[in-house]
Design a protein around this ligand. Structure first.
Ligand code: 9WN
Length: 435
């Protein structure tokens, strides 16, 4: 990419992040998503750290201040002034105990420790002066403990209790399990989202009835995790991100022990061991040899979900980690799948669902479009493996960001922007890729 283009694009990305910054956190998009979202803030901080590391730290601190008593970090922290602009809103979750702020009872993929480590590394002096790692470490430990203990599924991997928790809401990975959920909810369903994105680009009414029903059932059980609500899935993206986050937390712990001589109780080895356990379980339970990637597992039935999605490629992030690494041969198979006809070999950009899957739809949200966060995750993975040719290929999506006005996602063949525009993580991760 030409230097002037890179600088102009980075400036444009930074402007989106400035516009979406509220003073405490960054909204994913001003119209469609007017609150704080959990994994969005983690991605946003990764981009913001380059231009404004103090703000990146504030982003993560504000999210972690909404951590529940039981350790969970909520999917959404609501801005009560914008209560009606997104549904379900704060009223839906009101009355559930344990949340210090109005928030959803669900969670999202646990990218935060990794983000915190990257944010620290961008400005170690400022971070140390603010005591950033000291502030976030205990909260991140409790967050991971919540997932390991309260969300433990039969395979020794954490389960998600709702498709929203995967961050990839209408991925075909959840279709069969979702079919079992009655498509009826007591709460009237409002769709303010459809004012900001086309109906063909958002989950449909049938999905929403089930999303609400599941969320209601979970809420009415007090968001207790020992109550079966009819949906408990193991997601390869969620689990591999947790393993990467544990490795990052190990680095945070080692840094804290070095700076304060062990005054902060931290356990580098424990985090690496937790990552190793996750990777071993992922390798034994989620690998699909025919599809050449990792798949989801239905914790209720014990059945694997043999669908090829980008979620199943994300464990490639663990292939280059010094320890633990994926089982022998898996990295090569994942790269072959990534470059094969279902993904990069079949079209220009990285689709969220394999082009060979029967549900593939280039316009419909997580069933085909190319998302900037998935492209960023895979770009990190192939770069670490020394496949700079593939990293350059994945970088091609970044060139779409400015002309398409930082779209939520793009058509995986034409690159046409889809969903909402001026979307924060598209800007943040473009900024990261451009610098
Ligand atoms: C539900 C905010 C979020 C992202 C998710 C994405 C979408 C919400 C929705 O937007 O989900 O959480 O209303 O569809 O799927 O990954 O965090 O950007």
């Amino acid at each position: 990419m030409h230097k002037d283009f890179r600088e102009d694009a980075a400036d444009a990305a930074a402007r989106v992040l400035d516009t979406n910054w509220t003073g405490r956190y960054t909204v994913p998009a001003t119209g469609l998503y007017p609150h704080q979202w959990s994994w969005d803030s983690a991605f946003v901080a990764i981009g913001t750290r380059h231009r404004n590391p103090r703000r990146a730290r504030a982003e993560l601190v504000s999210l972690l201040e909404a951590q529940w008593d039981d350790g969970r970090v909520p999917q959404i922290v609501y801005d009560l002034d914008r209560g009606d602009d997104y549904a379900p809103g704060p009223d839906f979750w009101a009355g559930v105990r344990g949340a210090p702020r109005p928030a959803s009872g669900l969670v999202q993929p646990p990218l935060h420790a990794w983000s915190a480590w990257l944010v620290h590394c961008a400005d170690p002096a400022g971070s140390t002066a603010e005591g950033f790692l000291h502030r976030v470490y205990p909260r991140l430990v409790r967050w991971h403990a919540y997932l390991h203990d309260r969300r433990a599924g039969a395979a020794g991997l954490p389960v998600i209790k709702h498709p929203w928790e995967s961050g990839t809401d209408n991925s075909p990975l959840w279709d069969v399990a979702l079919e079992r959920v009655p498509p009826r909810a007591r709460t009237p369903i409002r769709r303010p989202d459809l004012q900001h994105a086309g109906t063909g680009e958002r989950p449909g009414a049938r999905d929403y009835r089930r999303y609400y029903r599941l969320a209601e059932t979970y809420r009415d059980a007090g968001c207790a995790d020992d109550v079966a609500i009819g949906f408990a899935m193991v997601c390869p993206l969620f689990c591999s991100v947790l393993a990467v986050a544990e490795l990052a937390l190990g680095r945070v712990a080692a840094t804290l022990s070095a700076v304060d001589g062990g005054a902060t109780e931290s356990d580098p080895g424990g985090h690496v061991a937790a990552a190793a356990r996750l990777v071993a379980a992922l390798d034994s339970h989620l690998w699909d040899d025919e599809l050449g990637l990792y798949v989801a597992l239905d914790d209720t039935t014990g059945e694997p979900v043999g669908r090829a999605t980008v979620n199943g490629l994300v464990p490639l992030l663990l292939a280059a980690a010094p320890t633990p690494a994926l089982a022998p041969g898996r990295a090569e198979r994942l790269v072959a799948t990534l470059t094969g006809p279902g993904f990069l070999g079949g079209g220009r950009y990285l689709p969220s669902t394999s082009r060979l899957d029967p549900a593939f739809d280039p316009a419909l949200y997580w069933r085909g479009p190319a998302w900037f966060n998935m492209t960023w995750l895979l770009r990190r993975a192939v770069w670490a493996l020394g496949r700079h040719d593939l990293a350059a290929r994945l970088d091609e999506q970044t060139t779409l960001a400015v002309p398409e006005r930082f779209p939520e996602y793009v058509d995986p063949d034409t690159g046409a922007g889809r969903g909402t525009r001026q979307f924060s993580w598209s800007a943040a991760l473009s900024l990261d890729a451009l610098l």
